[in-house]
Design a protein around this ligand. Structure first.
Ligand code: NDP
Length: 292
Protein backbone atom coordinates (compact mmCIF):
# COMPACT_ATOMS: atom_id res chain seq x y z
CA UNK A 1 0.00 0.00 0.00
CA UNK A 2 1.29 3.44 -0.86
CA UNK A 3 1.13 6.23 1.69
CA UNK A 4 0.43 9.16 -0.60
CA UNK A 5 0.16 11.52 2.30
CA UNK A 6 2.11 14.68 2.88
CA UNK A 7 0.94 14.44 6.49
CA UNK A 8 3.34 11.56 7.14
CA UNK A 9 5.60 12.67 9.95
CA UNK A 10 9.29 12.24 9.18
CA UNK A 11 12.45 12.67 11.22
CA UNK A 12 15.82 13.34 9.63
CA UNK A 13 18.98 12.44 11.55
CA UNK A 14 22.07 14.22 10.24
CA UNK A 15 21.97 17.72 8.80
CA UNK A 16 25.16 17.80 6.79
CA UNK A 17 24.93 19.10 3.24
CA UNK A 18 22.92 16.08 2.10
CA UNK A 19 20.68 15.56 5.14
CA UNK A 20 19.71 19.25 5.09
CA UNK A 21 18.80 19.01 1.38
CA UNK A 22 16.64 15.93 2.00
CA UNK A 23 14.89 17.60 4.94
CA UNK A 24 14.29 20.79 2.94
CA UNK A 25 12.61 18.78 0.16
CA UNK A 26 10.31 17.13 2.71
CA UNK A 27 9.39 20.52 4.16
CA UNK A 28 8.68 21.96 0.70
CA UNK A 29 6.20 19.12 0.16
CA UNK A 30 4.48 19.83 3.46
CA UNK A 31 5.67 16.86 5.54
CA UNK A 32 5.79 17.61 9.26
CA UNK A 33 9.53 17.16 9.68
CA UNK A 34 11.63 16.83 12.81
CA UNK A 35 15.37 17.28 12.44
CA UNK A 36 18.37 16.42 14.57
CA UNK A 37 22.09 17.00 14.21
CA UNK A 38 24.94 16.04 16.55
CA UNK A 39 26.45 19.54 16.55
CA UNK A 40 24.21 22.51 17.19
CA UNK A 41 23.37 25.24 14.69
CA UNK A 42 22.70 23.15 11.60
CA UNK A 43 18.93 22.98 12.16
CA UNK A 44 18.37 26.73 12.15
CA UNK A 45 17.70 27.21 8.43
CA UNK A 46 15.37 24.21 8.41
CA UNK A 47 13.49 25.47 11.46
CA UNK A 48 12.97 28.74 9.57
CA UNK A 49 11.43 26.60 6.79
CA UNK A 50 9.04 24.95 9.26
CA UNK A 51 11.00 22.04 10.75
CA UNK A 52 10.90 21.12 14.39
CA UNK A 53 14.36 20.70 15.95
CA UNK A 54 14.78 17.77 18.34
CA UNK A 55 17.23 18.12 21.22
CA UNK A 56 18.37 14.50 20.98
CA UNK A 57 18.38 11.74 18.39
CA UNK A 58 16.00 9.83 20.66
CA UNK A 59 13.51 12.71 20.66
CA UNK A 60 13.68 12.80 16.86
CA UNK A 61 13.10 9.04 16.54
CA UNK A 62 10.13 9.13 18.91
CA UNK A 63 8.60 12.07 16.99
CA UNK A 64 7.88 10.18 13.75
CA UNK A 65 7.03 6.75 12.32
CA UNK A 66 9.53 7.27 9.50
CA UNK A 67 13.18 8.01 10.35
CA UNK A 68 15.72 9.04 7.72
CA UNK A 69 19.40 8.57 8.60
CA UNK A 70 21.87 10.64 6.57
CA UNK A 71 25.03 10.46 8.64
CA UNK A 72 28.68 10.15 7.69
CA UNK A 73 29.28 6.41 7.51
CA UNK A 74 28.27 3.02 8.86
CA UNK A 75 30.03 3.54 12.20
CA UNK A 76 28.22 6.83 12.82
CA UNK A 77 24.86 5.20 12.05
CA UNK A 78 25.48 2.54 14.68
CA UNK A 79 26.81 5.12 17.11
CA UNK A 80 23.60 7.14 16.85
CA UNK A 81 21.06 4.31 16.51
CA UNK A 82 22.38 1.49 18.72
CA UNK A 83 21.17 3.17 21.92
CA UNK A 84 17.75 3.73 20.30
CA UNK A 85 16.74 0.24 19.15
CA UNK A 86 13.79 0.08 21.56
CA UNK A 87 12.50 3.44 20.32
CA UNK A 88 12.99 2.44 16.68
CA UNK A 89 11.12 -0.87 17.06
CA UNK A 90 7.89 -0.73 15.05
CA UNK A 91 9.09 2.27 13.05
CA UNK A 92 10.59 2.56 9.58
CA UNK A 93 14.26 3.39 9.07
CA UNK A 94 15.42 4.65 5.68
CA UNK A 95 19.20 4.87 5.71
CA UNK A 96 20.74 6.90 2.89
CA UNK A 97 24.16 7.12 4.50
CA UNK A 98 26.84 5.74 2.15
CA UNK A 99 27.98 2.30 3.32
CA UNK A 100 29.46 -0.77 1.68
CA UNK A 101 27.06 -3.55 0.61
CA UNK A 102 28.19 -5.72 3.53
CA UNK A 103 27.58 -2.86 5.94
CA UNK A 104 24.09 -2.31 4.50
CA UNK A 105 23.30 -6.01 4.94
CA UNK A 106 24.61 -5.91 8.49
CA UNK A 107 22.37 -2.93 9.24
CA UNK A 108 19.37 -4.69 7.68
CA UNK A 109 19.97 -7.73 9.89
CA UNK A 110 20.39 -5.48 12.93
CA UNK A 111 17.09 -3.75 12.07
CA UNK A 112 15.24 -7.04 11.52
CA UNK A 113 16.44 -8.28 14.90
CA UNK A 114 15.10 -5.10 16.52
CA UNK A 115 11.73 -5.12 14.70
CA UNK A 116 12.58 -2.09 12.55
CA UNK A 117 11.39 -1.97 8.93
CA UNK A 118 14.53 -1.17 6.89
CA UNK A 119 15.20 0.38 3.50
CA UNK A 120 18.71 1.23 2.33
CA UNK A 121 19.37 4.01 -0.16
CA UNK A 122 22.25 5.10 -2.37
CA UNK A 123 22.06 8.72 -3.46
CA UNK A 124 23.23 9.39 -7.03
CA UNK A 125 23.15 13.18 -6.72
CA UNK A 126 24.84 16.07 -4.99
CA UNK A 127 22.85 18.11 -2.47
CA UNK A 128 21.76 20.89 -4.81
CA UNK A 129 20.31 18.29 -7.22
CA UNK A 130 17.92 16.86 -4.61
CA UNK A 131 14.34 17.29 -5.80
CA UNK A 132 15.53 18.39 -9.24
CA UNK A 133 15.79 16.61 -12.59
CA UNK A 134 18.81 14.31 -12.76
CA UNK A 135 18.66 13.28 -9.12
CA UNK A 136 18.41 9.51 -8.78
CA UNK A 137 18.26 7.40 -5.63
CA UNK A 138 18.73 3.63 -5.60
CA UNK A 139 16.97 1.54 -2.96
CA UNK A 140 17.06 -2.02 -1.66
CA UNK A 141 15.75 -3.78 1.41
CA UNK A 142 12.09 -3.83 2.39
CA UNK A 143 9.84 -3.74 -0.70
CA UNK A 144 6.94 -2.92 1.58
CA UNK A 145 8.69 0.23 2.86
CA UNK A 146 9.64 1.25 -0.67
CA UNK A 147 6.08 0.88 -1.97
CA UNK A 148 4.47 2.50 1.04
CA UNK A 149 6.70 5.55 1.00
CA UNK A 150 7.34 5.89 -2.70
CA UNK A 151 5.72 9.35 -2.99
CA UNK A 152 7.95 10.62 -0.19
CA UNK A 153 11.07 9.09 -1.77
CA UNK A 154 10.15 10.56 -5.15
CA UNK A 155 10.40 14.04 -3.62
CA UNK A 156 14.20 13.62 -3.66
CA UNK A 157 14.66 12.27 -7.17
CA UNK A 158 13.88 9.28 -9.36
CA UNK A 159 13.49 6.31 -7.02
CA UNK A 160 14.45 2.84 -8.22
CA UNK A 161 14.09 -0.34 -6.18
CA UNK A 162 16.53 -3.22 -6.71
CA UNK A 163 15.31 -5.97 -4.40
CA UNK A 164 15.12 -7.32 -0.87
CA UNK A 165 18.90 -7.75 -0.55
CA UNK A 166 19.70 -4.53 1.34
CA UNK A 167 23.25 -4.47 -0.06
CA UNK A 168 22.22 -3.99 -3.69
CA UNK A 169 21.58 -0.23 -3.62
CA UNK A 170 25.04 0.31 -2.16
CA UNK A 171 26.62 -2.14 -4.61
CA UNK A 172 25.18 -0.34 -7.64
CA UNK A 173 25.91 3.08 -6.12
CA UNK A 174 29.59 2.25 -5.55
CA UNK A 175 29.94 0.48 -8.91
CA UNK A 176 28.65 3.62 -10.65
CA UNK A 177 30.95 5.82 -8.58
CA UNK A 178 33.91 3.61 -9.55
CA UNK A 179 33.23 4.41 -13.19
CA UNK A 180 32.90 8.08 -12.36
CA UNK A 181 36.16 8.37 -10.44
CA UNK A 182 38.23 6.60 -13.09
CA UNK A 183 36.66 8.84 -15.76
CA UNK A 184 37.42 11.93 -13.66
CA UNK A 185 41.05 10.78 -13.28
CA UNK A 186 41.22 10.32 -17.06
CA UNK A 187 39.92 13.84 -17.59
CA UNK A 188 42.48 15.24 -15.12
CA UNK A 189 45.25 13.35 -16.93
CA UNK A 190 44.24 14.89 -20.23
CA UNK A 191 44.03 18.36 -18.67
CA UNK A 192 47.54 17.92 -17.20
CA UNK A 193 48.80 16.76 -20.58
CA UNK A 194 47.66 19.85 -22.49
CA UNK A 195 48.51 22.32 -19.70
CA UNK A 196 52.19 22.71 -20.76
CA UNK A 197 50.88 23.70 -24.21
CA UNK A 198 49.12 26.63 -22.56
CA UNK A 199 45.63 25.09 -22.71
CA UNK A 200 43.46 25.91 -19.71
CA UNK A 201 41.54 23.19 -17.92
CA UNK A 202 38.38 25.09 -18.87
CA UNK A 203 39.17 24.87 -22.58
CA UNK A 204 40.09 21.22 -22.27
CA UNK A 205 36.84 20.51 -20.40
CA UNK A 206 34.90 21.98 -23.34
CA UNK A 207 36.68 19.51 -25.65
CA UNK A 208 36.52 16.53 -23.31
CA UNK A 209 32.86 16.63 -22.34
CA UNK A 210 31.37 15.97 -25.81
CA UNK A 211 34.13 13.45 -26.61
CA UNK A 212 33.63 11.40 -23.45
CA UNK A 213 29.85 11.66 -23.80
CA UNK A 214 30.13 10.23 -27.32
CA UNK A 215 32.42 7.45 -26.05
CA UNK A 216 29.80 6.23 -23.58
CA UNK A 217 28.05 4.96 -26.71
CA UNK A 218 30.62 2.12 -26.64
CA UNK A 219 29.36 0.71 -23.32
CA UNK A 220 26.52 -1.29 -24.90
CA UNK A 221 28.85 -2.94 -27.43
CA UNK A 222 31.40 -3.83 -24.73
CA UNK A 223 28.59 -5.19 -22.58
CA UNK A 224 27.30 -7.40 -25.38
CA UNK A 225 30.74 -8.97 -25.81
CA UNK A 226 31.27 -9.36 -22.05
CA UNK A 227 27.85 -10.96 -21.51
CA UNK A 228 28.37 -13.18 -24.57
CA UNK A 229 31.71 -14.30 -23.11
CA UNK A 230 33.48 -14.35 -26.53
CA UNK A 231 36.13 -11.65 -26.83
CA UNK A 232 37.07 -12.82 -30.32
CA UNK A 233 33.88 -11.50 -31.95
CA UNK A 234 35.02 -9.71 -35.15
CA UNK A 235 34.82 -5.94 -35.54
CA UNK A 236 36.27 -5.01 -32.14
CA UNK A 237 39.30 -2.83 -31.45
CA UNK A 238 41.95 -5.33 -30.35
CA UNK A 239 43.99 -5.15 -27.16
CA UNK A 240 47.20 -4.83 -29.21
CA UNK A 241 45.73 -1.87 -31.10
CA UNK A 242 44.54 -0.28 -27.84
CA UNK A 243 47.92 -0.55 -26.12
CA UNK A 244 48.42 2.99 -24.81
CA UNK A 245 52.16 3.25 -25.56
CA UNK A 246 51.54 6.48 -27.45
CA UNK A 247 49.67 7.93 -24.50
CA UNK A 248 52.53 7.08 -22.15
CA UNK A 249 55.16 8.49 -24.49
CA UNK A 250 53.23 11.71 -25.09
CA UNK A 251 52.61 12.10 -21.36
CA UNK A 252 56.34 11.74 -20.68
CA UNK A 253 57.10 14.25 -23.44
CA UNK A 254 54.84 16.67 -21.61
CA UNK A 255 56.70 15.97 -18.37
CA UNK A 256 53.66 14.68 -16.48
CA UNK A 257 53.01 11.57 -14.41
CA UNK A 258 51.61 8.46 -16.06
CA UNK A 259 49.81 6.75 -13.13
CA UNK A 260 46.32 7.06 -14.63
CA UNK A 261 47.39 5.58 -17.97
CA UNK A 262 49.74 3.03 -16.36
CA UNK A 263 46.70 1.53 -14.68
CA UNK A 264 44.95 0.99 -18.03
CA UNK A 265 48.12 -0.35 -19.61
CA UNK A 266 48.59 -2.90 -16.82
CA UNK A 267 45.06 -4.21 -17.38
CA UNK A 268 45.72 -4.51 -21.14
CA UNK A 269 49.22 -5.97 -20.82
CA UNK A 270 48.15 -8.81 -18.56
CA UNK A 271 45.72 -10.01 -21.23
CA UNK A 272 48.31 -9.60 -24.02
CA UNK A 273 50.86 -11.53 -21.93
CA UNK A 274 48.29 -14.29 -21.51
CA UNK A 275 48.05 -14.55 -25.31
CA UNK A 276 44.86 -12.56 -25.95
CA UNK A 277 46.33 -9.55 -27.80
CA UNK A 278 44.15 -10.05 -30.87
CA UNK A 279 40.95 -10.09 -28.81
CA UNK A 280 38.69 -7.16 -28.02
CA UNK A 281 39.43 -4.35 -25.57
CA UNK A 282 36.55 -5.39 -23.30
CA UNK A 283 38.72 -8.39 -22.31
CA UNK A 284 40.47 -6.14 -19.74
CA UNK A 285 37.49 -6.91 -17.51
CA UNK A 286 39.18 -10.31 -17.01
CA UNK A 287 42.24 -8.53 -15.54
CA UNK A 288 39.89 -6.79 -13.10
CA UNK A 289 37.82 -9.87 -12.21
CA UNK A 290 40.93 -11.99 -11.66
CA UNK A 291 43.52 -9.76 -10.00
CA UNK A 292 47.16 -10.81 -10.30
P1 NDP B 1 28.57 16.04 5.74
O1 NDP B 1 30.01 15.80 6.04
O2 NDP B 1 28.14 17.36 5.25
O3 NDP B 1 27.68 15.69 7.03
C1 NDP B 1 27.94 14.55 7.79
C2 NDP B 1 26.84 14.43 8.80
O4 NDP B 1 27.09 13.28 9.61
C3 NDP B 1 26.77 15.62 9.76
O5 NDP B 1 25.43 15.83 10.10
C4 NDP B 1 27.58 15.10 10.95
O6 NDP B 1 27.25 15.74 12.17
C5 NDP B 1 27.10 13.68 10.98
N1 NDP B 1 27.97 12.81 11.75
C6 NDP B 1 29.22 12.40 11.42
N2 NDP B 1 29.71 11.57 12.36
C7 NDP B 1 28.73 11.47 13.31
C8 NDP B 1 28.62 10.74 14.52
N3 NDP B 1 29.62 9.95 14.93
N4 NDP B 1 27.49 10.86 15.23
C9 NDP B 1 26.47 11.65 14.78
N5 NDP B 1 26.51 12.36 13.65
C10 NDP B 1 27.63 12.26 12.92
O7 NDP B 1 28.16 14.90 4.70
P2 NDP B 1 26.92 14.87 3.70
O8 NDP B 1 25.71 15.41 4.35
O9 NDP B 1 27.36 15.44 2.41
O10 NDP B 1 26.78 13.30 3.48
C11 NDP B 1 25.99 12.51 4.32
C12 NDP B 1 25.89 11.13 3.70
O11 NDP B 1 25.33 11.26 2.41
C13 NDP B 1 27.27 10.46 3.55
O12 NDP B 1 27.18 9.09 3.82
C14 NDP B 1 27.57 10.71 2.08
O13 NDP B 1 28.44 9.73 1.53
C15 NDP B 1 26.18 10.63 1.47
N6 NDP B 1 26.14 11.29 0.18
C16 NDP B 1 26.55 12.59 0.06
C17 NDP B 1 26.62 13.17 -1.19
C18 NDP B 1 27.09 14.57 -1.35
O14 NDP B 1 27.30 14.98 -2.51
N7 NDP B 1 27.24 15.36 -0.29
C19 NDP B 1 26.26 12.41 -2.42
C20 NDP B 1 25.77 11.08 -2.16
C21 NDP B 1 25.75 10.54 -0.91
P3 NDP B 1 28.09 17.03 12.68
O15 NDP B 1 27.47 18.21 11.98
O16 NDP B 1 27.87 17.01 14.13
O17 NDP B 1 29.52 16.80 12.28
Amino acid sequence: MTTNDENTQVSVLGLGAMGAALAAALLRAGHPTTVWNRSPGKADDLVAQGARAAATAGDAVRAAPVVIACLLDHASVHEVLDPLTADLAGRTLINVTTTTPAEARELAAWAAEAGIAYLDGGIMAVPNMIGRPGSSILYSGSAEVFERHRPLLDLWGTSTYYGEDAGLASLYDLALLSGMYVMFAGFMHGAAMVAPAGVSARDFAAMAAPWLTAMTGSFAGFAEVIDGGDYTVPGQQSLEFSNPGYLLAASSEQGIGTDAIDMVQRLIQRQIDAGHGKEGFSRIIESIKHPA
